[in-house]
Design a protein around this ligand. Structure first.
Ligand code: 5GP
Ligand code: 5GP
Length: 225
């Protein structure tokens, strides 16, 4: 009886181990890009990076591991601090594609460090620090949101229906995005962030298993930057 029991316990423990090893600890990524014009024309305003005013283009906000039920892990590994030396070869691409707009002005290290520690450490089992940042930069290259919008006649400085913005991106990218709005200093709803979903390898877009919550007006501004 005693040995049967211990064999059973061993089998259960083994199964737990298999499940732990096989899972990445998350189901997909949100790849989130921000429109700098909408970050800057809010009541809170913005500060340009010490490296200069960013291009009038979408910038990366983050690559965020998520669960299919809409919840997400965060700050998964306190023993894995952001280490600039591991991504020194990516520095200039990071400054171009992942600029910080928070005040006071900085070179971006704090923003990247925050993103790595809060989100990146939760996908460490598949992407180390270099691979994590390289994946986000690769996705930005692959998905040209500004081109998708402008080629449908949606250009900065105008006001557009939320549907026309979603359709333009869906047509160009092949997947329906999630649009997050914020408010300008006069309270108008505007295009702030665009979410796309990515498989756990960090390289391919997928259909979003779940969308975040929140709403935009049916007509939103796309401010110039
Ligand atoms: P907010 O509350 O402003 O929407 O989001 C604040 C921060 O929480 C985001 O910048 C991001 O770090 C995290 N966050 C918000 N929603 C999600 C989500 O659906 N998935 C993940 N992974 N992170 C999120
Ligand atoms: P999340 O919202 O991803 O949790 O974190 C955003 C954090 O990064 C905030 O503490 C914010 O102050 C800082 N941050 C630095 N630069 C930027 C930026 O350009 N955009 C956004 N959304 N947050 C930034």
């Amino acid at each position: 009886m005693k040995s049967k029991c211990s064999i059973l316990i061993h089998i259960v423990l083994l199964q737990c181990l298999v499940v732990l090893v096989a899972s990445q600890g998350f189901d997909f990524f949100y790849f989130v890009q921000q429109w700098p014009g909408s970050y800057c024309d809010t009541e809170q305003s913005c500060c340009y990076p010490t490296t200069g005013k960013p291009a009038a283009d979408f910038g990366i906000h983050g690559l965020w591991p998520n669960y299919n039920d809409g919840s997400y892990p965060s700050n998964c590994d306190p023993n894995s601090p952001f280490s600039p030396s591991e991504i020194s070869d990516l520095q200039s691409s990071m400054q171009r594609s992942w600029p910080t707009l928070a005040c006071p002005s900085s070179d971006g290290q704090q923003f990247w460090s925050h993103e790595w520690e809060k989100h990146g450490t939760c996908s460490e089992s598949v992407l180390d620090q270099h691979a994590y940042f390289e994946s986000a930069l690769g996705l930005k290259q692959k998905v040209n949101l500004l081109q998708a919008l402008t080629s449908s006649g949606i250009t900065p400085g105008g006001s557009y229906s939320l549907t026309s913005i979603k359709d333009a991106i869906t047509d160009a990218v092949g997947y329906t995005p999630w649009i997050e709005c914020n408010k300008d200093s006069s309270g108008n709803s505007q295009l702030y962030q665009i979410y796309l979903c990515v498989d756990t390898s960090g390289s391919d877009l997928i259909k979003c298993p779940v969308f975040p919550h929140g709403a935009c007006s049916s007509e939103i501004e796309f401010p110039s930057f």
